[in-house]
Design a protein around this ligand. Structure first.
Ligand SMILES: *[C@@H]1O[C@H](CO)[C@@H](O)[C@H](O)[C@H]1NC(C)=O
Length: 265
Protein backbone atom coordinates (compact mmCIF):
# COMPACT_ATOMS: atom_id res chain seq x y z
CA UNK A 1 0.00 0.00 0.00
CA UNK A 2 2.63 2.49 1.07
CA UNK A 3 4.68 1.90 -2.08
CA UNK A 4 1.67 2.49 -4.33
CA UNK A 5 0.92 5.83 -2.75
CA UNK A 6 4.52 6.97 -3.00
CA UNK A 7 4.63 6.11 -6.70
CA UNK A 8 1.55 8.24 -7.37
CA UNK A 9 3.00 11.19 -5.48
CA UNK A 10 6.33 10.82 -7.26
CA UNK A 11 4.78 10.87 -10.74
CA UNK A 12 2.40 13.71 -10.06
CA UNK A 13 5.33 15.85 -8.92
CA UNK A 14 7.71 14.93 -11.72
CA UNK A 15 5.29 15.34 -14.60
CA UNK A 16 2.97 18.10 -13.65
CA UNK A 17 1.72 19.54 -16.93
CA UNK A 18 -1.53 21.40 -16.79
CA UNK A 19 -3.12 22.52 -20.08
CA UNK A 20 -3.75 26.25 -20.03
CA UNK A 21 -5.30 25.92 -23.48
CA UNK A 22 -6.04 22.50 -24.95
CA UNK A 23 -6.12 22.00 -28.71
CA UNK A 24 -9.74 20.85 -28.78
CA UNK A 25 -11.24 23.82 -26.98
CA UNK A 26 -12.17 27.06 -28.68
CA UNK A 27 -11.42 29.85 -26.27
CA UNK A 28 -12.79 33.26 -27.01
CA UNK A 29 -10.60 34.69 -24.24
CA UNK A 30 -8.79 33.11 -21.29
CA UNK A 31 -6.25 34.91 -19.18
CA UNK A 32 -4.24 34.55 -16.04
CA UNK A 33 -2.50 37.31 -14.14
CA UNK A 34 0.99 36.74 -12.75
CA UNK A 35 3.00 39.15 -10.66
CA UNK A 36 5.61 40.86 -12.78
CA UNK A 37 9.27 39.99 -12.38
CA UNK A 38 11.68 42.80 -11.52
CA UNK A 39 12.91 42.81 -15.13
CA UNK A 40 10.92 45.95 -15.97
CA UNK A 41 12.02 48.11 -13.02
CA UNK A 42 14.64 50.17 -14.88
CA UNK A 43 12.31 50.94 -17.78
CA UNK A 44 9.20 52.00 -15.89
CA UNK A 45 9.96 55.71 -15.98
CA UNK A 46 11.04 55.68 -19.65
CA UNK A 47 8.01 53.98 -21.12
CA UNK A 48 5.18 54.90 -18.82
CA UNK A 49 1.80 53.60 -19.86
CA UNK A 50 3.33 50.69 -21.76
CA UNK A 51 5.51 48.70 -19.36
CA UNK A 52 3.23 46.07 -17.83
CA UNK A 53 1.88 46.78 -14.38
CA UNK A 54 -0.03 43.53 -14.51
CA UNK A 55 1.83 40.65 -16.09
CA UNK A 56 0.31 37.47 -17.37
CA UNK A 57 -0.86 35.35 -20.27
CA UNK A 58 -3.88 35.50 -22.52
CA UNK A 59 -5.37 33.26 -25.21
CA UNK A 60 -7.66 34.38 -28.06
CA UNK A 61 -8.94 31.70 -30.46
CA UNK A 62 -11.47 33.80 -32.35
CA UNK A 63 -9.49 36.98 -33.03
CA UNK A 64 -8.03 35.73 -36.31
CA UNK A 65 -10.41 34.24 -38.90
CA UNK A 66 -10.09 30.88 -40.65
CA UNK A 67 -9.48 32.57 -44.00
CA UNK A 68 -6.78 34.80 -42.52
CA UNK A 69 -5.04 31.74 -41.08
CA UNK A 70 -5.26 29.99 -44.47
CA UNK A 71 -3.75 33.04 -46.21
CA UNK A 72 -0.92 33.30 -43.68
CA UNK A 73 -0.15 29.59 -43.89
CA UNK A 74 0.00 29.94 -47.65
CA UNK A 75 2.49 32.83 -47.33
CA UNK A 76 4.65 30.72 -44.98
CA UNK A 77 4.60 27.69 -47.29
CA UNK A 78 5.38 29.78 -50.37
CA UNK A 79 8.23 31.65 -48.68
CA UNK A 80 9.78 28.59 -47.12
CA UNK A 81 9.52 26.66 -50.38
CA UNK A 82 12.48 28.68 -51.71
CA UNK A 83 14.56 28.06 -48.59
CA UNK A 84 14.46 26.11 -45.35
CA UNK A 85 16.97 24.95 -42.80
CA UNK A 86 18.81 21.63 -43.16
CA UNK A 87 17.84 21.17 -39.50
CA UNK A 88 14.31 21.04 -38.10
CA UNK A 89 13.60 24.73 -37.54
CA UNK A 90 13.17 27.30 -40.32
CA UNK A 91 12.12 30.93 -40.19
CA UNK A 92 10.89 33.57 -42.62
CA UNK A 93 10.93 37.21 -41.55
CA UNK A 94 8.99 39.40 -43.99
CA UNK A 95 10.33 42.57 -42.35
CA UNK A 96 14.06 41.95 -42.75
CA UNK A 97 13.73 39.32 -45.47
CA UNK A 98 15.61 36.74 -43.38
CA UNK A 99 14.95 33.22 -44.58
CA UNK A 100 16.57 30.02 -43.31
CA UNK A 101 18.59 28.50 -46.11
CA UNK A 102 20.68 25.38 -45.55
CA UNK A 103 22.80 26.03 -42.48
CA UNK A 104 22.49 29.83 -42.72
CA UNK A 105 20.12 32.65 -43.71
CA UNK A 106 19.57 34.56 -46.95
CA UNK A 107 17.54 37.67 -47.80
CA UNK A 108 14.42 36.43 -49.56
CA UNK A 109 13.97 39.84 -51.23
CA UNK A 110 17.30 39.34 -53.02
CA UNK A 111 16.60 35.80 -54.19
CA UNK A 112 15.97 35.50 -57.92
CA UNK A 113 13.59 32.55 -57.41
CA UNK A 114 11.55 34.61 -54.92
CA UNK A 115 10.82 37.50 -57.34
CA UNK A 116 7.06 38.18 -57.37
CA UNK A 117 6.54 35.47 -54.75
CA UNK A 118 4.44 37.82 -52.61
CA UNK A 119 1.82 40.35 -53.62
CA UNK A 120 0.20 43.41 -52.04
CA UNK A 121 -2.70 41.30 -50.75
CA UNK A 122 -0.29 39.08 -48.78
CA UNK A 123 1.17 42.05 -46.96
CA UNK A 124 -2.26 43.53 -46.41
CA UNK A 125 -3.52 40.42 -44.60
CA UNK A 126 -0.28 40.11 -42.65
CA UNK A 127 -0.53 43.72 -41.42
CA UNK A 128 -4.23 43.44 -40.69
CA UNK A 129 -3.75 40.37 -38.49
CA UNK A 130 -0.76 41.97 -36.79
CA UNK A 131 -2.89 45.05 -36.02
CA UNK A 132 -5.63 42.93 -34.49
CA UNK A 133 -3.11 41.24 -32.19
CA UNK A 134 -1.59 44.63 -31.33
CA UNK A 135 -5.02 45.98 -30.31
CA UNK A 136 -5.92 42.86 -28.34
CA UNK A 137 -2.66 42.99 -26.35
CA UNK A 138 -2.96 46.73 -25.59
CA UNK A 139 -6.56 46.25 -24.58
CA UNK A 140 -5.96 43.22 -22.40
CA UNK A 141 -2.95 44.60 -20.55
CA UNK A 142 -4.56 48.02 -20.18
CA UNK A 143 -1.85 49.97 -21.99
CA UNK A 144 -1.90 52.67 -24.64
CA UNK A 145 -1.90 51.35 -28.18
CA UNK A 146 0.06 54.32 -29.46
CA UNK A 147 2.96 53.59 -27.09
CA UNK A 148 3.31 49.95 -28.11
CA UNK A 149 5.29 49.06 -31.24
CA UNK A 150 5.93 46.00 -33.35
CA UNK A 151 9.57 44.95 -32.94
CA UNK A 152 12.23 42.67 -34.40
CA UNK A 153 12.21 39.70 -34.78
CA UNK A 154 8.65 39.07 -35.94
CA UNK A 155 8.67 35.93 -38.10
CA UNK A 156 7.03 32.78 -39.44
CA UNK A 157 8.42 29.52 -38.12
CA UNK A 158 8.24 25.99 -39.48
CA UNK A 159 9.31 23.09 -37.28
CA UNK A 160 9.77 19.46 -38.32
CA UNK A 161 11.35 16.49 -36.47
CA UNK A 162 14.53 16.67 -38.62
CA UNK A 163 17.57 16.62 -36.26
CA UNK A 164 19.25 19.97 -35.55
CA UNK A 165 22.23 21.02 -37.69
CA UNK A 166 23.04 24.38 -36.09
CA UNK A 167 22.19 26.24 -32.88
CA UNK A 168 19.37 27.99 -34.81
CA UNK A 169 17.53 24.67 -34.98
CA UNK A 170 17.44 24.30 -31.18
CA UNK A 171 14.16 25.94 -30.24
CA UNK A 172 13.39 23.73 -27.22
CA UNK A 173 15.67 25.29 -24.58
CA UNK A 174 13.89 27.07 -21.71
CA UNK A 175 14.29 30.84 -22.07
CA UNK A 176 12.99 34.28 -21.18
CA UNK A 177 12.20 36.39 -24.24
CA UNK A 178 13.30 39.63 -22.62
CA UNK A 179 16.72 38.09 -21.95
CA UNK A 180 17.08 36.82 -25.52
CA UNK A 181 15.82 40.09 -27.05
CA UNK A 182 16.17 43.05 -24.74
CA UNK A 183 13.62 45.16 -26.61
CA UNK A 184 10.72 42.72 -26.06
CA UNK A 185 7.93 43.65 -23.65
CA UNK A 186 5.03 41.59 -24.98
CA UNK A 187 5.38 38.39 -27.00
CA UNK A 188 2.63 36.78 -29.00
CA UNK A 189 2.31 33.65 -31.07
CA UNK A 190 -0.24 32.91 -33.72
CA UNK A 191 -0.53 29.21 -34.45
CA UNK A 192 -1.16 28.07 -38.01
CA UNK A 193 -1.27 24.29 -37.36
CA UNK A 194 -3.06 21.96 -34.97
CA UNK A 195 -1.24 20.02 -32.25
CA UNK A 196 -2.03 16.29 -32.53
CA UNK A 197 -3.33 16.68 -36.05
CA UNK A 198 -0.73 18.39 -38.25
CA UNK A 199 2.15 17.56 -35.89
CA UNK A 200 3.02 15.81 -32.61
CA UNK A 201 5.05 17.22 -29.72
CA UNK A 202 5.61 20.95 -30.15
CA UNK A 203 3.46 22.12 -27.27
CA UNK A 204 4.34 25.50 -25.79
CA UNK A 205 5.22 25.19 -22.08
CA UNK A 206 5.21 27.92 -19.44
CA UNK A 207 7.67 26.72 -16.81
CA UNK A 208 6.28 27.59 -13.40
CA UNK A 209 7.57 26.59 -9.97
CA UNK A 210 4.79 24.24 -8.96
CA UNK A 211 3.55 22.95 -12.31
CA UNK A 212 4.08 23.59 -15.99
CA UNK A 213 1.25 25.00 -18.10
CA UNK A 214 0.91 24.02 -21.74
CA UNK A 215 -0.55 25.87 -24.66
CA UNK A 216 -1.47 23.33 -27.31
CA UNK A 217 -1.22 24.93 -30.74
CA UNK A 218 -4.53 25.30 -32.57
CA UNK A 219 -5.10 26.99 -35.94
CA UNK A 220 -5.91 30.64 -35.34
CA UNK A 221 -4.97 30.55 -31.65
CA UNK A 222 -3.21 33.68 -30.40
CA UNK A 223 -1.20 33.28 -27.20
CA UNK A 224 0.19 36.51 -25.77
CA UNK A 225 2.24 37.11 -22.64
CA UNK A 226 4.54 39.60 -20.99
CA UNK A 227 8.13 38.92 -22.04
CA UNK A 228 9.90 38.97 -18.65
CA UNK A 229 11.08 36.11 -16.45
CA UNK A 230 7.58 35.67 -15.03
CA UNK A 231 7.07 33.84 -18.33
CA UNK A 232 9.99 31.42 -18.59
CA UNK A 233 9.03 28.98 -21.33
CA UNK A 234 10.08 26.43 -23.91
CA UNK A 235 8.64 24.55 -26.86
CA UNK A 236 8.60 20.78 -26.71
CA UNK A 237 10.48 19.02 -29.51
CA UNK A 238 8.31 18.24 -32.49
CA UNK A 239 8.24 14.46 -33.00
CA UNK A 240 6.20 14.21 -36.20
CA UNK A 241 4.56 16.32 -38.90
CA UNK A 242 5.08 20.06 -39.49
CA UNK A 243 4.28 22.90 -37.13
CA UNK A 244 3.73 26.44 -38.43
CA UNK A 245 3.41 29.54 -36.27
CA UNK A 246 4.09 33.28 -36.34
CA UNK A 247 5.91 35.08 -33.55
CA UNK A 248 4.64 38.67 -33.30
CA UNK A 249 6.75 40.75 -30.92
CA UNK A 250 6.07 44.11 -29.30
CA UNK A 251 8.15 46.71 -27.53
CA UNK A 252 7.48 49.89 -25.57
CA UNK A 253 10.70 51.41 -26.94
CA UNK A 254 10.11 53.49 -30.11
CA UNK A 255 13.80 53.11 -31.00
CA UNK A 256 13.17 49.41 -31.57
CA UNK A 257 9.98 49.81 -33.59
CA UNK A 258 9.81 48.20 -37.03
CA UNK A 259 7.57 49.06 -39.97
CA UNK A 260 5.04 46.87 -41.72
CA UNK A 261 6.57 45.01 -44.66
CA UNK A 262 5.69 46.15 -48.18
CA UNK A 263 5.77 44.59 -51.61
CA UNK A 264 7.86 47.39 -53.15
CA UNK A 265 11.38 46.88 -51.91
C1 LIG B 1 8.72 21.89 -16.24
O1 LIG B 1 9.43 21.81 -17.45
C2 LIG B 1 10.83 21.92 -17.30
C3 LIG B 1 11.44 21.98 -18.68
O2 LIG B 1 10.99 20.96 -19.50
C4 LIG B 1 11.32 20.74 -16.46
O3 LIG B 1 12.71 20.84 -16.29
C5 LIG B 1 10.62 20.76 -15.11
O4 LIG B 1 10.97 19.62 -14.38
C6 LIG B 1 9.11 20.77 -15.28
N1 LIG B 1 8.48 20.99 -13.99
C7 LIG B 1 7.53 20.22 -13.51
C8 LIG B 1 6.98 20.59 -12.19
O5 LIG B 1 7.10 19.24 -14.12
Amino acid sequence: MMVGIMVVVYFSKANKMVPFAAQKEEISKRSVEISCSKDYADELRHFQGCIPKKCGRVIFDTLVTTSEVAALLNIAERGLSVGGSTGGASILDLHSGALSHGNAFVNIFKLEEAKNLFNAQDFKIYSHVKNKIHHAIANHFGISRSGLYLTHPTFFSRITPVPPQTIHDEYWHPHVDKETYESFHYTSLLYLSDFGHHFDGGRFIFIDKDSNKTVEPRRGRVSAFTSGSENLHCVERVTGGTRYAITVSFTCDPNHAIDDPTVNR
